[in-house]
Design a protein. Sequence first.
Length: 170
Amino acid sequence: MDSPTFEAITIAFAEKDWHGHRVEGQEVIEAQFDAHHTRVPLHVQAFAKLNAISVVSRHGAPISGKYRHHAGELLMRANIGLTVGAFEIAFDDGTILFRATNLFPGETADTAIIAGLVHAAIAEMDRITPALTLLTRTPLEKLATLDIAELVARENLIPPPPPSADAGTP
């Protein structure tokens, strides 16, 4: 039997007409969303005992070892400006993640908050993708001169806001 926390995730997806698949034996939905710059893989997991939901988006490709420390700096600088969630990098394999988690009071989880977490995870990964692309296309001999703070601050890389907050696809 599914927990009320997981049921709230499935209701949130149904309300927004989002499509995903359940991971067998777990209270997890995985989905992919087409965003402005990229396609974003998403993992939404219920933690019933905590009445918590974690939403994790993943960058489409791991970062090469030669660029990981610079990518780590880029992500940490991006994290400074965030109010919800944070970027992470797995230094062993170069996986880039954005994770946002919410603990809900009582026994139910608010579907609007769940949808907001999904939107944030997709938007933030979409926002950071062009900066990561520019970083990894920089020749290794020029990395020392790359201004990562400026790269994170480039507003021309930020996707435009969605046409409507009521739109079904984030």
